[in-house]
Design a protein around this ligand. Structure first.
Ligand SMILES: C[S@@+](CC[C@H](N)C(=O)[O-])C[C@H]1O[C@@H](n2cnc3c(N)ncnc32)[C@H](O)[C@@H]1O
Length: 163
């Protein structure tokens, strides 16, 4: 993103310090280290503010408190800002997800995503197959009034939320 948008500044957030260390190194190697900074913090706790865009890449369902993370993002976002949410592709019903991709995601979710969420405060455990309707309720609880599917790929839902 920093390479594609050379006039923009970026802040990366994750609570896993070794991942943040790797991200810093990769940003420096890519020559964008002057416009990219990283914070090791929970999604409910970073202090940076006034973002035009906040992105959640394949992580909201891993969080114990996704509603808290979305509420926090709402506070950190400018009034006309946007949240971009990328999540594993899933339909709203179990039967919709009985596909090769859906089965793979249910397996990964059971072994990785759901235990990760359950290990954190609140422990909502959305799972990797939450689907658009359930994710939309998380955003509504977090204070967002607009939520839509911007696009999709065979593997991902790409959703947009605005205040
Ligand atoms: C499936 S990985 C995705 C990582 C990265 N966003 C990507 O797209 O490659 C999920 C990430 O969410 C992070 N994570 C989980 N719960 C979190 C929380 N409450 N606050 C901040 N990061 C969290 C994990 O440390 C992990 O790096």
């Amino acid at each position: 993103m920093a390479k594609a948008y050379p006039n923009s500044r970026f802040v990366g957030v994750d609570f896993h310090a070794p991942s943040v260390d790797t991200a810093r190194k990769r940003a420096a190697d890519a020559g964008v280290g002057d416009r990219v900074s990283f914070t090791t913090a929970a999604a409910q706790a970073y202090t940076e503010r006034d973002f035009d865009l906040i992105c959640f890449f394949d992580c909201l369902h891993d969080m114990g408190d996704p509603v808290g993370a979305i509420r926090h993002a709402r506070q950190a976002l400018k009034d006309d800002g946007t949240v971009l949410l990328v999540e594993p592709f899933a339909g709203n019903n179990l039967a919709d997800n009985s596909t090769p991709v859906g089965r793979l995601y249910y397996a990964a979710s059971t072994m990785v995503c759901t235990p990760n969420s359950l290990s954190q405060e609140v422990g909502l455990a959305l799972g990797a197959q939450a689907g658009e309707a359930r994710l939309g309720r998380v955003f509504a609880e977090g204070g967002f009034t607009r939520f839509r599917r911007a696009t999709e790929t065979p593997f991902n839902l790409i959703l947009e939320a605005r205040k």
